[in-house]
Design a protein. Structure first.
Length: 101
């Protein structure tokens, strides 16, 4: 399965830098107006999930979710929106109870 596209400019998933209309975001600290090569921060922060890792971390929950969406899209031969809905519908939401006593 292919890996999800992540823009090296805005750090969002789903497009590349050539199609990006967003602003420059650092992949290491998530702050604007500089890239990770020029980052002086010692504290990583993921732009996609706010986790304590850089945006390029392959164990990021959002990266894993995007990878699962791609897998569903390819294996079921469906569109991205359809695959995203399937994955999002089966992903537990924080603060929501899924059982009854």
């Amino acid at each position: 399965m292919p890996n999800p596209l992540r823009c090296f400019k805005c750090q969002r998933f789903g497009h590349t830098i050539t199609a990006c209309r967003g602003k420059q975001i650092c992949a290491r600290c998530s702050l604007p107006d500089h890239d990770s090569n020029n980052c002086s921060s010692t504290t990583p922060k993921c732009y996609n999930c706010n986790g304590d890792h850089p945006a390029f971390f392959r164990s990021c929950p959002r990266y894993k979710q995007e990878k699962e969406i791609l897998t569903v899209k390819i294996t079921k031969n469906i569109s991205f929106p359809e695959a995203r809905k399937i994955v999002n519908d089966r992903t537990p939401k924080p603060g929501v109870e899924y059982y009854k006593e």
